[in-house]
Write a protein that binds this ligand. Sequence first.
Ligand code: ARG
Length: 464
Amino acid sequence: MSTDKTNQSWGGRFSEPVDAFVARFTASVSFDRRLYRHDIMGSVAHATMLAQVGVLTEAERDTIVEGLSTIQAEIEAGEFDWRTDLEDVHMNIEARLTDRIGVTGKKLHTGRSRNDQVATDIRLWLRDEIDTILAEITRLQEGLLTLAEREAGTLMPGFTHLQTAQPVTFGHHLLAWFEMLSRDYERLVDCRKRTNRMPLGSAALAGTTYPIDREATCALLGFEAVSGNSLDGVSDRDFAIEFCAVASLAMMHLSRFSEELVLWTSAQFQFIDLPDRFCTGSSIMPQKKNPDVPELVRGKSGRVFGALMGLLTLMKGQPLAYNKDNQEDKEPLFDAADTLRDSLRAFADMVPAIKPRPDVMREAALRGFSTATDLADYLVRRGLPFRDCHEIVGHAVKYGVDTGKDLAEMSLEELRQFSAHIDGDVFEVLTLEGSVNARDHVGGTAPAQVMAAVIRGRSLIAQR
Ligand code: ARG
């Protein structure tokens, strides 16, 4: 595209047009046009405030506001001609406004700079994204609660080192994910507070000579407060970095959850089935049903961690105030938000459709001496020191390995070889049910505790 007609905005200072490649290289409209709605929202508020303080007439304000709303309709109808030579979303919209309404359009930018404009736009945009993401977290958590309630008494092996450790209930296991998501939710709510501050009015960097009323604009845009320093207002992107950090933690959680789903659907575990609609097949191996959704989510976590590193690196060397470097904040931020939102959405759709296989889980829990700690605890209740009990049970397990018997499968005489303190009532604690029921305290795996945790979870969600 020719650059001749380019950029009236700073034409006065320049004696030759911008190089055509440089124009493309420096343009951001291909990706920042996504901010159009928030850009227009910010401009409407700015024009409204300018009229309130007498910098624009009411008639000028009306013309501007009406012009901007037609432009929004044009964009949404796909009829807007985005021009790379106009560099970014802000100048595209402003130029189109002047096209449509004439000279009044040129007054919109009074007391404002693209520096505070773009900082405002991203914050408005991110605030909306955060709200959508919060709703998806809640939806996923509701799915987990429903499933946990249904599976409160389903027995499975709990693992440490991915080796069978102690029996747990499937409901309890699912609620571990609920807890992590609750913390992700809290972090996001907190990040939203710092995102929801208004830099508009900082202008290029030092503020503006017009008698602007920042509190008025702030109220119109629903920001919680105005930024307290104009230099910081235009240059700071820590809210975006914070969002990526929060998003990284959430993706890390989803990635771990994914890993479990991948394991559990494998032929070796077979703990659960995922419905076909969340899986795909193989073009060569007819038997395959691959857990693509969790695998992709696990893989996509990398993009979000990358966005976090990218933004930290982007900011670390920047002197105050605005630098063009900041134009590079958008793509990682957009991608992180899209990735987290879509991953949560996929999980929120998929989790309620998980089909557990209680028989397989139970069978797996019966292998691997998962009630060995329960036998040790039983002996402690008989008055022996825990370390001695640990050793006694160790011998029993070794005998079990040699004879191919689980603890619960041994006769009383067999068990009594290891300690005369063992009596007939030992079998109550050696069952899976006995084991989980005994862990009956807040945060424990007993089915009754799972039900209590589901109730707590529901009331937590109800308070949002
Ligand atoms: N497209 C720019 C960005 O995203 C807008 C601000 C440009 N400001 C400037 N002085 N060149 O950061």
